[in-house]
Design a protein around this ligand. Structure first.
Ligand SMILES: [Fe+2]
Length: 339
């Protein structure tokens, strides 16, 4: 089965953007299950510490728009509609919170003909000081079929250590909370996928999707409450998501979702060259017709195997612009896409 995990949705516009894109993503990427962390989808107050959360209207838009499970974290119960929001069976909050907090951190459902368990865990590092042990909470949870964990936390090492501790027992540990996507996508030896942070689905233009002036005021020892209410950036929305292919409770492959429209907008705004590397990213850019110039380095070693950077069913005519030979017989070929 193919699972699309969408990272922290920041603001109502990001909800609209995701809902618009989901039918195409579901169709084009053969997606069976969509999980989205939506704890930041609503703005509910003047300062960012307590000013996010979810509303019934936005949750309904997400569920009607193709999201199967909504996860959350430290903002899970923020906003005055929190109780109504958590009345929805498909809206989760971290499982590993103390007994006085209603726990609803596990959902077992059928998707793509398979049973899947989605577990929402939260870390102390993500402003949840009362969070209980991640490892023990996972083991105590009822689990069936493919197990997918949204681990909402701030510490990369904690996520890496947790994923290693549960390697082979869960299909994927998918990190959320920092809003900053991490580059490396792992499949551990036992078949557990790990991404430290999926990254936000929200407005570009400032780190986190909103001006961090309240945080910086506090850091400088000033009163953040004296500042005007925070506002989300109005720049175009980026989609932070990974696609995980799971079979028999283990991950076969994990990749980042590629957003051709966002790259097109970036190209239009940049006014200079944008370089893109790595076989998977390059393949998707080639497929989307976004590559204007090509730099190929031919090394005189035959290794065999490896990841393919040239996608299937694509034919592009190139014009040679430059050719250079380096010491050690490495050759650099610089091509332009012929139009
Ligand atoms: Fe968070």
């Amino acid at each position: 089965m193919n699972v699309l995990m969408v990272g922290d949705i920041v603001g109502p516009d990001a909800v609209g953007c995701l809902v618009e894109r989901l039918p195409g993503l579901r169709r084009d990427r053969d997606v069976d299950l969509v999980i989205a962390n939506a704890e930041n989808c609503a703005v509910s107050g003047p300062v960012p510490w307590t000013g996010f959360g979810m509303t019934v209207e936005l949750v309904e838009r997400l569920l009607a728009g193709g999201v199967d499970v909504i996860t959350s974290g430290n903002y899970g119960v923020d906003g005055h509609e929190a109780e109504a929001v958590h009345a929805y069976p498909r809206v989760l909050r971290p499982l590993n919170l103390p007994d006085d907090v209603p726990r609803k951190g596990v959902l077992i459902l059928e998707a793509g003909g398979e049973t899947t368990t989605v577990v929402n865990l939260g870390s102390k590092t993500a402003v949840m000081p009362r969070a209980l042990s991640l490892y023990e909470s996972l083991l105590a949870a009822g689990r069936e079929g493919n197990v997918i964990v949204d681990l909402h936390g701030d510490s990369a090492w904690e996520k890496m250590e947790f994923a290693t501790a549960v390697d082979g027992r869960v299909a994927a540990v998918l990190g959320t909370h920092t809003h900053e996507p991490t580059m490396n996508l792992h499949v551990l030896p036992g078949g557990t996928a790990l991404v430290v942070d999926v990254g936000m689905t929200g407005p570009t233009g400032s780190p986190g999707g909103f001006p961090l002036t309240h945080f910086s005021a506090e850091m400088r020892g000033e009163d953040p409450g004296a500042l005007p209410p925070f506002e989300l950036s109005s720049d175009p929305t980026t989609l932070g998501a990974v696609l995980v292919r799971i079979e028999g409770g283990k991950t076969l492959h994990i990749e980042r979702d590629f957003d051709p429209e966002a790259v097109r907008q970036m190209k239009a705004r940049a006014g200079r060259d944008i370089s893109m590397g790595g076989p998977e990213l390059a393949a998707q850019a080639i497929k989307a017709g976004l590559v204007d110039e090509w730099h190929l380095f031919v090394t005189p070693i035959v290794v065999g195997g490896g990841k393919r950077s040239l996608p299937d069913d694509v034919r592009v005519k190139l014009e040679l612009l430059d050719e250079r030979r380096f010491e050690g017989a490495v050759v650099h070929l610089h091509y332009r896409t012929r139009t």
